[in-house]
Design a protein. Structure first.
Lengths: 84, 604
């Protein structure tokens, strides 16, 4: 869970493998945020957590039809809503 | 009729996302007519190829967007802005147009005509995606060519378009390729626009189901199987390179050089002066020959690496190793070059090219020489065999482990000092698995071999002559090695090794010649100590000074082939830094080992 200005939000980090949710925004490092947005992780896009690495980190997420490996630390910055 | 304008070389920029078949298309279009170099100032590969004599294709690095921060993106941007580009070949994955067209939208803003190449239309079809090319071309305002690069389908169409020279600057005006340039305020807006276009061009006939990639991933990155499989693959690569193919070929080449070529040269030169014969045979053939025999090993290793790279497995390795190697500030992908380094550091440094960020490339290249390569093994075996009979395995294994441990700490040190800036976030696409193209593999492998021969060859040639001169001459002419310049140099530097416990001109000279190739250390010792090393070495070394010497051999300056490779890939500054830091490092660690060891021995 992330607490941003007093509001509790959920991130990709909080999803279990197999769960899908909708992206509501990206926080943190602007470089990474820009890259993720350029790859299509924009508001309303479906993002699914596929699996964790054998050592627990990084994780594989899927959005816009392709798989992306991302570190958990960075996954916390992808804010999501509405688990499907 | 020959029009003056058509004589002009036309320049096309080939650009696209990673893993969309860009390299395959580039190879198909240009074949062996390629030139590989570096973009000025950065360690990013610059590939140029030619079609006939009038079209030049520049293969830009694979990128997802233009507006972020990497060197690859900056290079692409400034090249497109340079005014040298007549048109853009934008290759996209037809089965994932949404994401691929993001880059296309940015490319349109450069006001350069674009040919949009839809690759893998067969895969798209299999996934149940039907594309209306005509409509797509109209809506995007670009020319659209569907192809299947892996099967060579549709490539002739591109060649035809290029050779007709329809894009020479003169007839840019009033064609459709400038139209529909839209400026977007945000990424989300761009994607909305792309979605709008694609909804008019794509129809889905069936829903995408469980793919081969997902099935393979279930095994290859499985919680329990992933690491055993990875180790097995690395083991296979080493077997292939060092037991089955590479090394046997290298041995064959070696015996060809030494048992056939050298005797023939000897006969040929039988009438010549002694010194001239020695220069040719011992100096040049001995020096260059000892490096040339690396070639089969390098080719074999690169064939395997290219296979892993092209198949999509390499991205999974990065994913699997990231957590371990992150502590040194490297991304998971850096693991492969380091592993290769255990075989031979030279292809290890060459393969750092495949890493995404410049920081990763440089840092991995600097840590690589600490991985104990095969050439150092004979030294360990001879000295351990002479002084630690029955315990050779422990000694050798400890040295390998020490190299890894030292690399780990140096990695942490570098991370916090010289490579402190621009810590790039780790995100890596896991592409779909595919069977690599034979032609692409062959070209890739040959490219590496050619570069090694040309660049390393010239440097080694001159160094071989220098070393030969130094070890065969002094001021009064030709002489024995113990009276030569190199012995003098050995005597001059040997005081440096007094605190390390192995100061003698013989040891110093052995280490010096070891810069040619590490295994030469043993050969030189054989020559200078003259006789059975197993008997002589225990009189020269104490157990603790022998360990100190071995540690020094493990860590000190890389061999000339590696220095040459380092210079070729990263420039002289990096090569010099590598030599300097390793000399200091080797001295310090040997000092600690020797003095610490002596102290412990005195106490007990």
């Amino acid at each position: 869970m992330i607490i941003n200005e007093g509001v509790v939000m959920m991130s990709v980090y909080d999803l279990k493998p197999g769960q899908t949710a909708l992206v509501s925004g990206i926080l943190g490092d602007e470089k990474l945020a820009k890259r993720l947005r350029a790859l299509g992780a924009n508001e309303g896009v479906k993002v699914r957590v596929k699996s964790f690495a054998p050592l627990g980190d990084p994780i594989i997420i899927n959005f816009m039809g392709f798989d992306l490996a991302i570190r958990k630390r960075d996954a916390k910055n992808i804010v999501v809503k509405d688990i499907i | 009729m020959v029009v003056a304008d058509s004589k002009r070389m036309i320049t096309a920029a080939l650009i696209g996302n990673p893993n969309v078949g860009k390299t395959t298309l580039f190879n198909l279009l240009t074949g062996l007519n390629q030139h590989v170099g570096n973009w000025p100032g950065v360690t990013v590969e610059k590939k140029e190829g030619f079609i006939n004599d009038n079209v030049k294709i520049v293969d830009l690095p694979g990128i997802y967007a233009m507006d972020t921060y990497s060197n690859e993106e900056k290079i692409s941007k400034s090249f497109l802005e340079s005014g040298d580009v007549d048109f853009i070949l934008n290759i996209v994955d037809a089965s994932n147009l949404h994401r691929n067209l993001y880059l296309t939208m940015q490319l349109k803003e450069f006001n350069i005509p674009i040919i949009l190449i839809l690759n893998m239309v067969d895969v798209a079809e299999k996934k149940g995606i039907k594309i209306d090319y005509e409509n797509l071309s109209q809506l995007l305002g670009v020319m659209v060519v569907p192809i299947v690069a892996s099967k060579g389908k549709g490539v002739d169409k591109i060649e035809e378009l290029l050779s007709n020279g329809i894009f020479s600057k003169a007839n840019h005006d009033n064609d459709i390729h400038y139209q529909n340039v839209v400026h977007f305020k945000s990424e989300a807006e761009t994607y909305k626009y792309i979605e709008g276009i694609l909804s008019q061009c794509l129809t889905y006939t069936s829903e995408n189901t469980f793919t081969i990639t997902e099935r393979l991933d279930k095994i290859l990155i499985n919680k329990f199987l992933a690491y055993p499989i990875f180790i097995a693959i690395i083991y296979l690569i080493f077997q292939f390179t060092f037991s089955w193919v590479g090394q046997p070929l290298a041995d064959l080449l070696d015996s060809f050089v030494n048992d056939w070529f050298v005797p023939h040269i000897n006969i040929l030169l039988s009438g010549a002066n002694g010194w001239f014969k020695s220069l040719i045979v011992d100096g040049i053939i001995g020096g260059v020959g000892s490096v040339i025999v690396f070639l089969p090993v390098i080719l074999a290793l690169f064939l395997c690496i290219s296979f892993l790279e092209d198949s999509g497995y390499m991205a999974r390795v990065a994913f699997l190793m990231d957590k371990i190697i992150r502590k040194m500030g490297l991304s998971g992908k850096a693991f492969i070059p380091l592993i290769i380094g255990f075989g031979c550091n030279v292809p290890g440094v060459m393969s750092t090219r495949t890493l995404e960020s410049e920081k990763d490339r440089k840092m991995t290249a600097l840590l690589l020489p600490l991985m104990s390569c095969n050439a150092r093994l004979p030294i360990y075996l001879v000295i351990a065999g002479a002084l630690f009979k029955g315990h050779e395995a422990v000694v050798v294994a400890s040295l390998y482990a020490l190299g890894v441990i030292v690399a780990f700490f140096i990695g942490i040190l570098f991370k916090n000092t010289i490579f402190k800036k621009d810590d790039e976030p780790f995100i890596i696409e896991l592409p779909e698995y595919k069977l690599p193209e034979l032609k692409s593999l062959a070209l890739h492998t040959w490219e590496k071999g050619k570069g090694f021969l040309r660049k390393a060859g010239t440097i080694i040639f001159s160094v071989s002559i220098i070393v030969w001169l130094l070890s065969n001459f002094n001021f009064s002419g030709m002489t024995e090695i113990d009276k030569s310049f190199i012995a003098g140099i050995g005597r001059f530097i040997s005081p440096v090794f007094i605190p390390l416990g192995f100061a003698s001109w013989q040891n110093s000279v052995s280490l010096l010649t070891g810069i040619m190739a590490k295994e030469v250390v043993v050969g030189t010792m054989g020559v200078i100590y003259g006789g059975n090393l197993t008997k002589i070495l225990p009189t020269v070394f104490t157990p603790i000074s022998a360990i100190s010497f071995l540690v020094f051999v493990l860590l000190y300056t890389p061999c000339i082939s590696l220095i040459a490779t380092m210079k070729k890939e990263y420039g002289s500054k990096m090569a010099m830094f590598s030599v300097a830091y390793q000399l200091v490092l080797a001295w310090l660690v040997s000092f600690i080992v020797y003095n610490g060891g002596s102290l412990i021995l005195r106490i007990f």
